[in-house]
Design a protein around this ligand. Structure first.
Ligand SMILES: Nc1nc2c(c(=O)[nH]1)N[C@H]1C(S)=C(S)[C@@H](COP(=O)(O)OP(=O)(O)OC[C@H]3O[C@@H](n4cnc5c(=O)[nH]c(N)nc54)[C@H](O)[C@@H]3O)O[C@H]1N2
Ligand SMILES: Nc1nc2c(c(=O)[nH]1)N[C@H]1C(S)=C(S)[C@@H](COP(=O)(O)OP(=O)(O)OC[C@H]3O[C@@H](n4cnc5c(=O)[nH]c(N)nc54)[C@H](O)[C@@H]3O)O[C@H]1N2
Ligand code: SF4
Ligand SMILES: [Mo]
Length: 752
């Protein structure tokens, strides 16, 4: 067969690195960074390097699996798997209708264009049939950002990012790009960009843990979890009282509510917030001074600022501060990226009619949680399954998700999954979640299908576009279904057609034409006013390729079907295997980006500020002896790269980080086991004593807890670790966004 080389974009995180994959005799023989990639220019990390092992993982499912009555899964033919899906699903749909079904979509959906472009089909069909909300890690992740973005800027995926190429004073709260490689902030080799920012001025990291990012920053500011909003309010107040609030010309007529928000900060003096945050008042004043006196200051926060009790206020205050510093929409500050593609997700959801956004349009059945952007807290899933009564969830479809590990209240959820009448998973491994499934439909390996990133360019530090061809034919059968076809098949089956009989090609045409017609008829999107039939006829191919062609052609550089001669099409993008670099990041994009009812940045919203009294009360709360936080590691990817041999080398990294003072008081030491308990449960984990964690706080990684019976993960099961979501309760929530606090949870520790 000889050797070939393939240029692809790594789909394993938001950094989107270009890889050169060498293939010899059907095997990945080398993975090297692509120095000619217009975006990543030679960056790579250990995860990208091991993508060949991921592809060749003998445990990766290549055939559908069906669960036998004894609980064990066996590989079956596709026809048998369709028949089994029909057997378990149909009775639920016949007796209780589509409202007894829900869908959980996991993180890899956003990194796989086959899934990303067709998940809307499954969800759309299910919602049309009466499904009450669906579940995703959104509410253990970026939902506060989505809420704040839609209120302030008009769209849930419409938020500014720090201009890492030009900023000279960056404050980072609750993010560790040294591990994550950037989140809702795509950058090539982000740590070297941070190094440049530091060289121009300063990088200040606010985090309970002295992370590898903090190590390399100018300053680490340890903070008590869940108190960032207090710190940010106190900084804002300091700016206000010193006359440091900047009102540059470019923001003068474009922002509403800044003075009112600065007035709201009045009650948060540095002295008042010092005890709760653990940051002394003079330090807070100096942080404010330094931001105010930098030429290009900017503030950025991520999951530590979101998955906490005050995620919405924190995320909001980051944008407020960027505005008060004059950094919003200014080159070198907090700027709006310009994605090269347009996907329906960027538009206002069709169900949000009228001006602005409404929340709480419907409520969850059991705890009556109000929907926020069509989501309930993901921790509600278990109670919706295991609580009897009308409207109970009896059927679940998971798509590239591992909620049994990722979601708070994981113990109850695992029991609930086991009780389902029908569970169908589209997933590549038999893991902690899919072991409960009646049927598992495997997707293709990331090297077996074409891919084009769309979502992450909305948070990218330059506008690029890249397309990856499949490296391998699907194995063992080149005609095996693609994931987008599986999504259409399951979506089509909801309306009475047996799973095996769904006409996938016809549904694909219907879905694509329907999407075009819907958005052509809606205002304020790139399809508005286009003739749907003409567009449909002009597009190339079918499936995700056809949707990618659409996304590119109506995007800012697209040909708009002849309107802009020489503009981009998918075919043109494919002619550039190293990608196309289209435009650099810059300020001055507010007018084209902001789609609020007033057309301006609207800082003030009751939905957000109504939460301030809860924050005020937080200041008087007695501090628990210990609280728990989460962390990530460069060589993990949430719960699912632990079966890759080279990524598992080295010492155990699923450890409880605890400060020496706390360790001595409790009587635990490095290497010994400790029991960690919360209101939700207890687990036993090895201890790692270190002053990299602030006193009063402990840190556990998420994504562990392998080694469960019925799973097929040889390597991961040999290094199981423990699942910290057995400890996270489902009722500690950032109220405006429905996001669970996974950080700042009170816990007790004892030696075992
Ligand atoms: N305690 C705590 N919990 C957390 C977090 C935390 O910080 N602390 N972080 C949260 C966050 S930010 C997130 S995003 C979630 C992640 O939550 P999930 O998305 O539920 O979990 P992942 O671990 O990303 O699981 C990915 C699943 O997709 C499968 N998979 C991988 N590749 C493919 C593919 O190409 N196709 C298909 N069909 N399946 C595939 C894997 O086998 C796995 O089952 O976890 C959340 N949970
Ligand atoms: N290698 C690798 N890369 C990943 C992932 C992975 O699992 N592994 N997961 C991907 C996903 S799904 C996501 S969402 C992103 C997340 O990307 P990041 O947001 O960078 O996530 P983390 O590395 O978990 O960093 C969060 C930090 O918040 C801190 N923190 C916890 N509580 C608080 C608090 O209350 N206040 C403040 N200020 N800090 C706090 C933690 O100590 C931690 O250092 O990473 C993505 N990239
Ligand atoms: S940083 Fe690593 S995981 Fe992320 S895209 Fe690059 S190689 Fe892939
Ligand atoms: Mo995430």
């Amino acid at each position: 067969m000889g050797s070939t080389e393939h240029l692809v974009t790594c789909p394993l995180c938001e950094a989107m690195c270009g890889l050169r994959i060498g293939v010899t005799d059907g095997h990945v023989s080398s993975v090297r960074p692509n120095k000619d990639d217009v975006w990543s220019a030679g960056h790579i990390c250990p995860k990208g390097v091991s993508i060949g092992q991921l592809h060749h993982d003998p445990d990766r499912l290549r055939q559908p699996m069906v669960r036998r009555p004894d609980g064990n899964h066996v590989a079956v033919s596709w026809d048998d798997a369709y028949a089994e899906a029909e057997r378990v699903l149909r009775p639920v749909l016949d007796s209780d209708g589509i409202r007894a079904l829900t869908v959980y979509i996991g993180n890899p959906v956003a990194h796989n264009s086959d899934l990303a472009s067709y998940i809307g089909a499954l969800l759309g069909f299910a919602q049309a049939g009466g499904m009450q909300g669906y579940y995703s890690p959104g509410t253990v992740d970026q939902w506060p950002l989505n809420v704040v973005s839609c209120l302030l800027f008009g769209g849930m995926w419409n938020g500014p990012i720090p201009d890492l190429y030009r900023a000279d004073h960056l404050m980072v709260l609750g993010a560790n790009p040294a591990a994550s490689q950037g989140s809702m902030l795509s950058a090539p080799d982000i740590m070297s960009l941070l190094k440049d920012v530091k060289a121009r001025g300063a990088v200040v990291v606010v985090d309970p843990r002295r992370t590898a990012t903090a190590e390399r920053a100018s300053e680490w500011v340890p903070i008590q979890p869940g108190t960032d909003a207090l710190l940010l309010f106190a900084i804002l107040r300091t700016l206000g009282e010193n006359g440091w609030v900047r009102k540059p010309d470019h923001l003068r007529d474009r922002v509403l509510g800044l003075d009112e928000v600065v007035a709201l900060a009045d009650q948060f003096t540095p002295e008042r917030v010092a005890a709760a945050t653990g940051i002394e008042a003079p330090v807070i004043r100096r942080l404010a001074h330094d931001l105010a006196h930098a030429r290009n200051p900017v503030v950025y926060s991520r999951i530590g600022g979101c998955a906490q009790e005050f995620g919405t206020l924190t995320t909001w205050l980051v944008f407020v501060l960027n505005t008060a510093l004059g950094a919003l929409d200014r080159t070198g500050g907090a700027v709006f990226a310009k994605p090269p593609v347009w996907v329906p997700m960027f538009g206002k959801p069709p169900d949000q009619d009228g001006a602005g956004y409404r929340f709480g349009r419907f409520h969850s059945r059991v705890r009556k949680a109000p929907e926020v952007l069509s989501s309930f807290p993901v921790g509600c899933l278990a109670e919706e399954i295991d609580t009897p009564g009308d409207g109970r969830i009896r059927a679940l479809i998971t798509v590239a998700g591992n909620p049994a590990v990722s979601v708070p209240g994981a113990g109850r959820l695992a029991r609930a999954l086991e009780s389902l009448d029908a569970m169908i998973s589209i997933d590549n491994w038999l893991n902690e979640t899919t072991r409960h499934a009646h049927v598992i439909f495997p997707g293709l390996s990331p090297l077996e299908h074409a891919h084009i990133d769309d979502l992450y360019w909305i948070y990218a530090v330059a506008s690029c576009i890249k397309h990856s061809e499949a490296v391998f034919d699907p194995q063992p059968d080149p005609h095996r279904p693609h994931e987008w076809e599986l999504l259409l098949r399951l979506g089509g089956a909801l309306f009475g057609t047996p799973v095996a009989d769904v006409d996938v090609a016809a549904l694909d045409d219907l879905y694509t034409a329907g999407t075009i017609a819907t958005f052509a008829g809606l205002p304020n999107n790139p399809l508005t006013g286009l003739d749907a039939a003409t567009v449909m006829a002009a597009l190339e191919g079918n499936g995700p390729q056809r949707l990618a062609d659409l996304s590119i052609r109506v995007g800012p550089w697209g040909d708009r079907f002849g309107e802009r001669p020489g503009g981009l099409t998918l075919a043109e993008v494919k002619r550039h295997p190293n990608g196309l670099r289209l435009e650099e990041l810059a300020g001055g994009r507010l007018d084209e980006t902001v789609t609020t009812p007033s057309g301006k940045v609207e800082l003030l919203h009751d939905h957000i500020t109504d939460d301030i009294p809860r924050l005020v009360a937080r200041m008087d709360r007695t501090r628990p002896e210990l609280v728990m936080t989460s962390r990530r590691h460069l060589r993990s990817n949430n719960s699912w790269l632990h079966n890759v041999p080279t990524l598992m080398k080295g010492r155990d990294r699923c450890t409880l980080l605890i400060h020496p003072v706390d360790a001595a008081r409790i009587g635990v030491s490095t290497g010994a086991a400790a029991e960690v308990s919360t209101t939700e449960g207890a687990i036993t984990v090895p201890v790692e004593v270190s002053d990299e964690i602030t006193p009063g706080v402990v840190s556990l990684p998420h994504g562990w807890g392998h080694g469960l019976s019925g799973t097929q993960l040889d390597i991961a099961n040999a290094h199981p670790g423990v699942n910290n979501n057995l400890l996270n309760p489902t009722d500690v929530i950032d109220i405006p966004s429905n996001t669970h606090a996974l950080n700042g949870i009170p816990c007790q520790i004892r030696p075992v």
